[in-house]
Design a protein around this ligand. Structure first.
Ligand code: SAM
Length: 279
């Protein structure tokens, strides 16, 4: 039984990192005109009200997008601009961000004619909200398991592939299952770009995912982490992304974006990157 609801976490520091990486990958891949098949294996409900009771209960956006937004004009990297342009449509009259787009909404904003977006969501209520939102958004919604659903649809008909794998990791086995699915997906479509999000936890469970990939066949895996400068004693202390086959130059451009998040004036994070598996 799924109990995770992204409405409690939307716009937090991990979303900022994840959606920065996603929008950068989309921007860079769309520099070429050939169509892209986009898959979002764990989509959530697409649009989150940051003034809702759920969002205010945890107030996670306060140390994420709400904290970054006032600094938006002083960010050094120009690669924030596509993300900021879209976010500017989500502010109210007080320049506070009122809503925040989830991953299917980011995909939909960037999709060009010829690109396709397929979003999977297993939670019944989230799936229904996603379905309602997707009407007219050009996103194909599948209310089913995103990992097996992805594998069934690879290789895509389009020449290029971009996949976001962003589970809630409610089941401990999810870490091993994500590593296994990514490996099988890569075997079906080796040139695809795959983004995988994971939490960095005090109990180190994410090592099951990272170590399985480090010792597996998939090549060219970039690992980027942002760690909280003032972490909680237990739970999530950082946010990680694995990027398989990043476009040429992605590494440096994402690093510049993450550097913008560092320091107490911004998100209170320390960023790092390394090649988990080289070419
Ligand atoms: N990707 C979203 C974003 O960036 O805005 C956030 C997704 S949230 C972290 C994870 C979502 O995956 C939840 O909505 C959860 O209900 C859903 N989920 C959990 N297990 C799933 C599965 N096996 N297949 C598809 N969706 C699943």
């Amino acid at each position: 039984m799924l109990s995770y609801l992204h409405a409690f976490h939307a716009g937090n520091f991990a979303d900022v990192q994840k959606h920065a990486a996603l929008t950068l990958a989309l921007t860079m891949m769309q520099a070429k005109s050939s169509p892209i098949a986009c898959f979002d294996t764990h989509a959530g409900s697409a649009l989150y009200d940051l003034t809702s009771e759920r969002a205010r209960k945890t107030a996670e956006a306060d140390s994420g997008i709400h904290r970054l937004w006032p600094f938006r004009q002083s960010l050094a990297s120009a690669d924030w601009q596509p993300m900021l342009d879209i976010l500017s449509r989500h502010t109210g009259s007080t320049d506070q961000m009122r809503s925040y787009p989830g991953s299917p909404a980011w995909f939909a904003e960037f999709a060009r004619p010829g690109d396709s977006v397929t979003a999977f969501e297993l939670h019944p209520t989230e799936g229904r909200s996603l379905e309602t939102w997707a009407t007219g958004a050009g996103v194909r919604v599948m209310q089913q398991d995103g990992l097996s659903g992805l594998l069934k649809r690879l290789p895509p008909t389009q020449p290029r592939l971009l996949t976001l794998i962003d589970p809630s990791y409610e089941i401990k086995d999810d870490y091993a299952q994500v590593a296994d699915t990514l490996t099988r997906a890569w075997q079906k479509c080796r040139h695809g770009v795959y983004l995988v999000w994971y939490p960095v936890l005090t109990n180190g469970l994410e090592k099951r995912l990272v170590e399985a990939l480090e010792n597996g066949p998939v090549r060219k895996i970039l690992r980027c982490e942002v760690m909280l400068d003032e972490p909680p004693e237990r739970g999530m202390v950082g946010s990680g992304m694995l990027i398989v086959n990043p476009p040429w130059g992605f590494e440096q451009r994402l690093e510049a974006m993450m550097n913008d998040l560092q320091g107490s004036a911004r998100l209170g994070l320390t960023a790092s990157k390394t090649w988990l598996v080289p070419e």
